[in-house]
Structures are given as structure tokens and as C-alpha cells.
Design a protein around this ligand. Structure first.
Ligand SMILES: Nc1ncnc2c1ncn2[C@@H]1O[C@H](COP(=O)(O)OP(=O)(O)OP(=O)(O)O)[C@@H](O)[C@H]1O
Length: 842
């Protein structure tokens, strides 16, 4: 304390500055002290005299006032700092402190802190004043004074006020705690106690009544212990039962139906007839995606090593149909297919042989129906029925009951719709893995493995992209699967992330020119292991990306829901739901891509502020355990990661003195934005138009959220400008590549009032977008109604729907479009009819 006061007096402050060399020269020091004392004495003298040089008279009755200029210096009570610094009473005087107060507020604060007088004293001071005004507290002239010349209260009064202060403090603290409790938990630190995975049972495959070859092959593939679902499902399926099978994601359902299938085929081969390729197909496995077909084929081929007579093959979209045809002609014992392509072959290939068909398996059965496969599925089944009518019990088209068929329905999220299809196929069936003690809604939660930690983070719409990049940078040594709502968004994110050069991160334009060599080095996330997956991709690229992500140790996969079902990527640590899905089933299946078969994993939902209801819905309706994470913690982690991976980046964060400070954290976000913008502007990448297309598709997808969840995903609550920013479409980037501007507007934009014009143009862009969007929305509604019209039989209903369609058509083709359409027709007519006739026509 003494040192502190001495330092303040001697080393700092304008007039109090110690002369050069004083520290080393004691003589000089004494001289300095004497001078100092002289200055103080002079000050006291000046204070005690009026401007005329006459001695000042003091009014003693006002001595309780805060700043008592009417009180002689000597008569003032001793200052607390003087009491503390008793050793140098001549140096640390009130006058010095006063002077310091004017010139060195920082140091006064230091003194305050050391004396334990914080800014809270201001509040106490205020209360003192109030108390004085109320005359509830009286001061006799003997009261002591604190550093700010407040009267120091007798102890009981002080305690009273201190307690009051503490109480208030506590209340405020508690309030803050409850508000921030969830949000301020560290971002990735494991706060939850992970439950022991309870996937495996004590039972083994070797205990099951299977043939020796199958047991051997299972052992060779390290399938030893049975999982819960395998233990309960395999014996039931083996007993020639139709089964609807449901269990949590990643619990080994595939093996649960493949093992009984192989057992059955080997039984036929040993006891009934030799299975050959010429015999045709014995089993058809339906699955919703090509990748899942591929995966089932791989899993099956692992088991086929000792069953050379069983040939399995996939029939999926994207493959060359001719090649598939030749494979079918050679004979496939087990066909693994997507319904669309299978239907194509049923309609176009006569070589399909179903005379021995005895097994149907529907993997991800609920998705097969959801995806609009229902019609295709029904067609497939009825065509098979037409080919081999003797196998089926009933004659009508809608019923596919058969005594000679074994049917398995499999999914983690089976619902009543699936059961309805099930009843068309199976006269009676056994349910395995259903928990009848809980409601079907709550049962959904049970399908998420317990070892998955679920989080959500609320992010302002405009920063979404930047936080995504921060997250990916922070977790680039892990495997992250990012889900978005549409193919265009996947494409945009994929190209953007692939082209970000993190060597440029945080550098300004002038810095960049200095280090051109360094700039040439490209530093991409995960060492460039970035993949994408969606339905519009070329089949071979899809396959390549699927295997690429599966094999990588650390990688990023950006995907639509095409990857949400059944795919078993190895060791995915994080599932990131960047665009939320309004369907609970999709949430469960997306999350289920991590924590497979007794491993652990985390999932994170990126939530826009207006989507708060989503988490509430999941928590209250389904009882999900989702924990909030603070976005600032994410940025903190990001900064730490940057500093860890790029030690030279200290320069980047030179302004970040306090990493806890939210404003300073914002700095990192700005730097990220700069990196994104510079990448967007790069020639030849075409990122801006990709972003615009992605934004439009995402807006449409947002408007297409299920009716049940419209209150959460309400398109009218979506701020389109902020939403555009989440696609890196910032104000001045919006104008690039947009064809909407006329020549006049283009000229105007280069004028001096550029900013105003930019604002205007941004508005026009948004208006155009909105117009486009509403048009498309109406068109899609129209299409939906047209589909409905095909199915309707009632004449009145038909008429009503037709009326609605024509209303929509009128709304879509606004006047301008009508004119354009007429012009187009006119042009057509001119070509076909000729000018002469046309003039008559006009
Ligand atoms: N008994 C077992 N012992 C060891 N590994 C197993 C066992 N059963 C399955 N697995 C492995 O567990 C992983 C997940 O299995 P699978 O894909 O069948 O899960 P699932 O329940 O079908 O998941 P989803 O619901 O997501 O489709 C696979 O890699 C599979 O090889």
C-alpha cells in the first residue's frame, strides 16, 4: 500500500513527476521531497486566503458537506489514505490526492481498489445523501471521512448499509445467474455426465440357433455380442414372422434383419433347393437412398464370404440402366434398390424373375413413404403381384397379403402411416422394439442414443454463416456433418468453405500485398477434406464423397437430408443442424449419424432468434434434453484455436486485450466477415450468384416448413436482408451480378450519393426476391392442387379445387407476364400463319 502511494506521488502525474535521475540519487530525492512539501504548504496557504490575500473565514456548521470549501484545511478530518500511509504523512496529503484526482483518475481508482472502496461507494454515497435529506441519519461533527470526503458512519449504521448493499447485490446476482446459467456454460466442455452405453447385451451370436457358417462369418467380422434389438428381433424373425422393427439409431438394425435373411437362404439351400442365379430373386430390400443401398450391400457382402451362391446387387438411380439390366439378366438373389429405379426395371425389363420371391425388407420404411415414394412403392408391389399372382392371397390391387412371404419393416422412427402400409402387406405382424408403456410422441426421444449430447445455440440471423465458419475452424480436427435444407445451399457452402484461404484470415488489404508469397499458400479447413452430398449430384461424385467422408479422420460433410437416414459414417463427432428441420423424425435421424453403436457424439442446432419456439417444442412435447450454449463462448474458442494454430495471428487479435469482452469478440466476427467477403469477390468463383440461388432456395424451403411448425418457422418473421447476409450477400456485394438494374440506375449508382443509392438498390433486390418468391410459392401451391385434383373423385370437390387453381394461375401471371405471354403467342402465330393472315387476325 505504501509503495503504491509513493509510486503515485513520485512517478506519475503532471506536476508531481519525479525529476530525471531522482531514483538513483538520494540527495536529489530529499530535495524533491522538500520541494514537494513546499508546494503543499503553498497550496494550504492559498486555500486559507481569499483572493484579496485576506485570511478566509470558515463556517463550521457546514462541515458535513461533501466538498467543504468553507472549511480550513487543517480543520478537515484526517484522510483515510493518510491513516493508511502513516509512514509518509508529509507526502501523502489530501492536497496531493486532490491533485491526483484531477490528473490521474486511474490511479485514484487503484487506491480505491486497494482500500476496498469500489464504485459501489457511489451507491452508498447516494444513500447517505438520501438519508441526510430524510434526516434519518444524523451526523455530529466528529464523524470520520472516507477517501471521497463522505462522512464515515458509526459501525452499526455502516453494517446496516453494507448489509443492504450485499442483499441487493445478491438479488441481482441471482437474477443474472438464472438468465445466464444455461448460456454461459463452456461451449464444448463436457458438463453432462455421460451415461454408460447400453447398446450391447451379454448374449452372443454363437448362442443363437444359426448355421455354423453364419456363426463363423459373424465371428470373422468381429460381430460377437448381440445388441438389444438384435437379441429381441432375430429370434422373432427366425420364427417366420412378419416383423415391424424399431430401435434407436446406430443400434445394429441392419444386422438384425440380414442375419435371419441369410439363415433363411442357407436353410433353403440346404433343405429345399440349390440356390442359383438362374432361380431369380429371392429377396428385395427397399431403401430410400442410393448411399444406404450401397451401405447395406457392403454389410451384406461381409457376411457372404461363405455363401458363394447368394448374389446380391444394387439397383439405384444414377447407375447406367443398361449395366443394371445385364446384371439382372444374369440373376440377382438379393436385390437392394431404391423404389424409383426398381419400378423402371419392373416396367422395362422382362428378365426380372420373381418366381421364388419370398422376402421383402423395407429399410427406413417411414422415409420410403414420406419422400413421395408411396405411389412408386404401391406400383412396384402391384407389378410384382401381377408377375407372380399365385403367391398372393387376394386379387385386388390394394392388398398384398401372402402366406409365402416374409416381410420386415425397419426404422428408428416408425409411425402410424408406416403401420398403415404394413397392414396392406401383412395380415398379421409382430412388433419388436416398441415401448408400449409410453406415448408414441415420447417414444421418439427414446430413439436418440443416450450417449449423444444435444445442444443448441442462438445466433443472430446475419451472423449465422460467420459462426458456422468459426465452429468449423474450431473443430477442424474432428468429423463434422452439417445439415442444410436444400441442394443449392449445400453447393454454396461447399464452394465457399473450399475456397476460403485461412492464411488471409485477419489480414487487411495492405498486409496482404506485403506477404504475397504467403498468400499463395492455401490453408483450407480439415486439410481440404471437405465433402458435399445431395440429390442433384452426379452419382459417381456422390459415391466418391460418401466414401471420402467415411474414411477420413477429420473432415466436413455438408449435406441435405439425403445423409440423414441410415448412413453409418465412422466416428462422426459433431452433427450440426444449420437449417433446422421441422419434422421431429428428421431431427432424430440427423442426430443419429453420430454416437453409433455405443460410441459418443454431440449435436448442435443453429437457431435464429425467432425460432426459439423450436427448442421449447422439442422439450415440452417430446421431453428432449437439449442444452443451450453461448455463442460468445464459441467465438472465444475460435480465437484460442486461431492463436494455437497460427501463433503469428497474435497480430490479428492485437485489439483483443480482454477475451471475455463481448465487443472485442465481435472483432473476430468482423475479421471473419472480411475473409468471406474477399473470397466472395474473387474472380472466376461465381460465389455471388451461387449465394443468391442458395438464398432463394432456402427462403422457399423456409416457407415450406410443415404446417404443424409454421408458428415457429414463420416466413413473415424472417428478415430477408439479414437472411441474405447469412449467405454472405452483403450490401455492396448484392449489386454484383444482379441483372435487375437498368442503365440509368447503373449510372446513378456511381454518383456521389452512392450510399443512398446502394440502400435503394438493396431494397429493389429484396422486393424482386420477394416477388419471385411469392410467385414460386403460388406455383408450388398450384402444382400441389393439380396433384390433388388427379386423386379426387367427388365432382363438387373437383370443381372447388379447379377454381382455386385458376385463382392461383391468375395471381401468378401478373399483368406484365400476361403481356409477355401474348407477345410470345403473337410471335408464334406470326411464324406459323404469316403476316397477311395475321393482320386480319389483329
Ligand atoms: N453386434 C454388433 N457388434 C458390433 N458391431 C455391430 C453389431 N451390430 C451392428 N454393428 C455395427 O454398428 C454400426 C451401426 O449399425 P446399423 O447401421 O445397422 O445401425 P442402425 O440401427 O441401422 O442405424 P440407423 O437407425 O441409423 O439406420 C454398423 O457399423 C454395424 O457394422
Amino acid at each position: 500500500m505504501d509503495n503504491l502511494l509513493l509510486n503515485i506521488d513520485f512517478n506519475k502525474g503532471g506536476n508531481n513527476k519525479e525529476p530525471a535521475g531522482a531514483k538513483t540519487n538520494n540527495k536529489n530525492k530529499d530535495k524533491y521531497k522538500k520541494n514537494k512539501q513546499k508546494i503543499i504548504n503553498k497550496k494550504i496557504e492559498r486555500h486559507n486566503k481569499t483572493s484579496d490575500g485576506q485570511p478566509r473565514t470558515f463556517n463550521n456548521q457546514t462541515q458535513g458537506d461533501r466538498f467543504n470549501k468553507n472549511k480550513p484545511f487543517q480543520q478537515r478530518p484526517q484522510h483515510q489514505s493518510l491513516l493508511v500511509a502513516e509512514k509518509q504523512p508529509e507526502l501523502v496529503s489530501e492536497a496531493i490526492v486532490e491533485e491526483q484526482q484531477q490528473q490521474e483518475p486511474v490511479q485514484i481508482n487503484q487506491i480505491k481498489r486497494h482500500l476496498g472502496i469500489s464504485d459501489k461507494s457511489k451507491q452508498i454515497k447516494k444513500e447517505y445523501k438520501e438519508a441526510l435529506a430524510d434526516k434519518t441519519v444524523k451526523f455530529d461533527g466528529d464523524d470520520d471521512y472516507d477517501i471521497e470526503l463522505n462522512p464515515i458512519l458509526p459501525n452499526e449504521k455502516k453494517v446496516k448499509y453494507q448489509n443492504r448493499d450485499k442483499k441487493q447485490d445478491q438479488e441481482i446476482k441471482e437474477e443474472e445467474k438464472t438468465e445466464q446459467q444455461a448460456a454461459k456454460v463452456p461451449f464444448v466442455e463436457e458438463v453432462l455426465v455421460r451415461e454408460e452405453a447400453e447398446v450391447f447385451t451379454g448374449d452372443k451370436f454363437s448362442d443363437l440357433p444359426l448355421n455354423d457358417k453364419l456363426k463363423q462369418v459373424l465371428q470373422e467380422n468381429n460381430f460377437e455380442k448381440l445388441t438389444n434389438i438384435q437379441k429381441s428381433a432375430i429370434p422373432v424373425i427366425l420364427k417366420h414372422q412378419n416383423v415391424v422393427l424399431k430401435s434407436e439409431t446406430g443400434s445394429g438394425k441392419t444386422l438384425a434383419y440380414l442375419v435371419p435373411l441369410l439363415e433363411y437362404l442357407s436353410y433353403i439351400s440346404l433343405n429345399k433347393e440349390k440356390i442359383t442365379r438362374e432361380n431369380g430373386t429371392y429377396c428385395v430390400i427397399f431403401s430410400p437412398t442410393r448411399e444406404l443401398c450401397l451401405q447395406i450391400e457392403i454389410e451384406m457382402k461381409k457376411l457372404l464370404k461363405l455363401f458363394y451362391y447368394v448374389v446380391c446387387g444394387t439397383i439405384t438411380g444414377g447407375e447406367n440402366p443398361k449395366k443394371e439390366k445385364s446384371r439382372i439378366r444374369k440373376g440377382l438373389t438379393v436385390i437392394i434398390c431404391t423404389p424409383g429405379r426398381f419400378l423402371y426395371h419392373l416396367e422395362n425389363s422382362s428378365c426380372l424373375n420373381f418366381s421364388r420371391l419370398c422376402y421383402y425388407i423395407f429399410d427406413e420404411a417411414d422415409r420410403i413413404l414420406d419422400q413421395g415414394f408411396e405411389r412408386e412403392m404401391n406400383k412396384c408391389l402391384s407389378m410384382i403381384k401381377k408377375k407372380v399372382p399365385e403367391k398372393f392371397k387376394t386379387k385386388g390391387d390394394d392388398c398384398f397379403w401372402s402366406d409365402s412371404m416374409r416381410i420386415n419393416f425397419v426404422s428408428a422412427t416408425i409411425n402410424s402411416k408406416v403401420e398403415a402400409l404394413g397392414s396392406k402387406l401383412m395380415e398379421n405382424y409382430e412388433k419388436v422394439g416398441f415401448d408400449l408403456s409410453v406415448s408414441s410422441e415420447m417414444e421418439v426421444v427414446a430413439q436418440i442414443p443416450k450417449q449423444i449430447q444435444q445442444f443448441f445455440v442462438e445466433i443472430p440471423t446475419q451472423y449465422r454463416l460467420l459462426y458456422l465458419l468459426a465452429f468449423l475452424y474450431t473443430h477442424q480436427q474432428e468429423k463434422v456433418l452439417v445439415f442444410v435444407s436444400n441442394c443449392e445451399h449445400v453447393n454454396f457452402l461447399y464452394h465457399l468453405i473450399n475456397n476460403l484461404n485461412w492464411n488471409k484470415f485477419g489480414k487487411r488489404e495492405d498486409d496482404q500485398n506485403k506477404n504475397e508469397n504467403e498468400e499463395q499458400k492455401v490453408d483450407t479447413l480439415c486439410g481440404g477434406h471437405i465433402y458435399k452430398l445431395h440429390g442433384d449430384m452426379d452419382h459417381n461424385e456422390r459415391k466418391k464423397n460418401y466414401f471420402g467422408f467415411d474414411k477420413a479422420d477429420s473432415a466436413i460433410l455438408i449435406s441435405t437430408d439425403v445423409a440423414s437416414r441410415g448412413l453409418d459414417f465412422k466416428h462422426v463427432e459433431w452433427i450440426l443442424q444449420y437449417d433446422l428441420s421441422s419434422q421431429i423424425k428428421e431431427y432424430v435421424n440427423r442426430v443419429g449419424r453420430t454416437a453409433r453403436i455405443a460410441t459418443t457424439g454431440q449435436s448442435l442446432c443453429f437457431m435464429m432468434p425467432q425460432e426459439k419456439g423450436y427448442i421449447k417444442h422439442l422439450k415440452t412435447k417430446y421431453g428432449f434434453e437439449i442444452h443451450q450454449r453461448d455463442r460468445f463462448n464459441l467465438i472465444k474458442l475460435f480465437q484460442k484455436k486461431v492463436q494455437e494454430l497460427k501463433p503469428e495471428a497474435k497480430l490479428i487479435f492485437k485489439s483483443l486485450k480482454n477475451i471475455e469482452d463481448e465487443d472485442e469478440q465481435q472483432e473476430a466476427i468482423h475479421r471473419l466477415r472480411y475473409l468471406v467477403r474477399s473470397t466472395m469477390e474473387q474472380d472466376g468463383l461465381n460465389l455471388i450468384s451461387m449465394a443468391q440461388i442458395a438464398k432463394n432456395s432456402s427462403t422457399r424451403a423456409y416457407a415450406g416448413h410443415s404446417h404443424e411448425m409454421r408458428h415457429v418457422f414463420e416466413i413473415n418473421n424472417l428478415n430477408l436482408t439479414e437472411f441474405a447476409r447469412s449467405f454472405a450477400l452483403y450490401k455492396n456485394l448484392m449489386s454484383v451480378g444482379l441483372p435487375q438494374y437498368g442503365k440509368k440506375e447503373e449510372k446513378k449508382r456511381t454518383h456521389s450519393k452512392r450510399d443512398d443509392k446502394n440502400n435503394q438498390s438493396e431494397k429493389t433486390v429484396n422486393m424482386d426476391d420477394e416477388k419471385m418468391f411469392s410467385k414460386r410459392l403460388k406455383k408450388s401451391q398450384q402444382k400441389g392442387l393439380e396433384k390433388k385434383l388427379n386423386v379426387l373423385t367427388d365432382v363438387n370437390q373437383k370443381e372447388r379445387v379447379m377454381g382455386m387453381i385458376s385463382d392461383l394461375k391468375r395471381a401468378v401471371y401478373v399483368n406484365e407476364d400476361k403481356v409477355a405471354l401474348r407477345k410470345k403467342n403473337f410471335e408464334k402465330a406470326r411464324h406459323s400463319v404469316g403476316k397477311k393472315v395475321l393482320s386480319e387476325f389483329i
